[in-house]
Design a protein around this ligand. Structure first.
Ligand code: GLP
Length: 257
């Protein structure tokens, strides 16, 4: 895993946008995996501030969706992706996909979403945040490292974290549809952003801990091209920070976005 540490979230976002623009420039990015949550927002803002001509042609797939919220609910991930990603980046609504969490069709939701991703040619680059539990998407601890898009139950800690978007914790849905860890690992490249002290433990476990379903993000150690963009606080529990900085400073020109 490539770990890059920045002074703040804005610098990390700008670097991530530079990396994405580089892939767009080289014609290597057609399908972008997008994440909700606050962590990737500076990246979306940096992309929108100086849009690459190919940006609006992207197809996008969201990681997850709550079960039990109507699509129109302001906190459904359909609405969040529309507000934070689709509109600012100017993406075509017909090319922005979010898992279908309609209770009537839940049984086939995972399979249908996997099929859509496959029909689009797979995700070229997946943007990720990380939960304090170490979750990626909504793959909570003990998720199978081979999992595909499916129904999951949210961990109590995640429901408590996400209560800030609702009037009370009781309103946070209990279930979701999320891409699996296996689905995420199939992306050609992964870009994970994390900021703040509250992510430091999960980040340290993901990067330097054992590969374990107890920290779903640790599965990214198996990915060939995973980059973590961290601020100082999120990096504060890592042991090898001097090495990560040294690697970054000494990367060859062809590795610079
Ligand atoms: C949410 C999302 C994740 C996100 C994570 C962290 O519940 N399902 O995809 O990465 O929690 O959110 P934040 O970036 O706001 O800390």
């Amino acid at each position: 895993m490539q770990v890059v540490i920045f002074a703040d979230a804005q610098a990390a976002g700008a670097y991530g946008a530079g990396l994405i623009n580089d892939r767009l420039e080289r014609g290597a990015l057609n399908v972008l995996g997008v994440a909700t949550g606050s962590s990737p927002v500076p990246l979306y803002q940096a992309l929108a501030a100086d849009p690459h001509p190919r940006l609006t042609g992207l197809t996008a797939f969201a990681l997850d969706e709550y079960v039990g919220l109507p699509k129109e609910h302001p906190e459904s991930y359909d609405s969040v992706i529309d507000r934070k990603v689709r509109r600012p980046l100017g993406l075509d609504p017909a090319r922005v996909h979010v898992p279908d969490a309609d209770p009537e069709r839940l049984e086939t939701a995972g399979e249908r979403y996997e099929q859509r991703i496959a029909e689009a040619g797979g995700v070229d680059l997946q943007i990720l945040g990380i939960g304090a539990t170490g979750h990626i998407g909504f793959n909570e601890p003990t998720s199978s490292l081979a999992s595909r898009t499916r129904l999951k139950t949210l961990a109590p800690a995640t429901r408590a974290d996400n209560a800030r978007f609702f009037d009370s914790e009781d309103e946070v849905p209990v279930h979701c549809i999320t891409q699996g860890i296996g689905t995420i690992l199939d992306a050609g490249e992964v870009l994970l952003l994390a900021q703040g002290e509250q992510k430091a433990r999960a980040v340290a476990q993901a990067v330097e801990g054992p590969i374990s379903s107890m920290c779903p993000a640790s599965a990214l150690q198996l990915h060939r091209k995973a980059t973590l963009l961290l601020d100082e606080a999120a990096a504060s529990q890592l042991e090898y920070t001097d090495y990560y900085r040294f690697v970054h400073q000494n990367r060859p020109d062809w590795q610079r976005p």
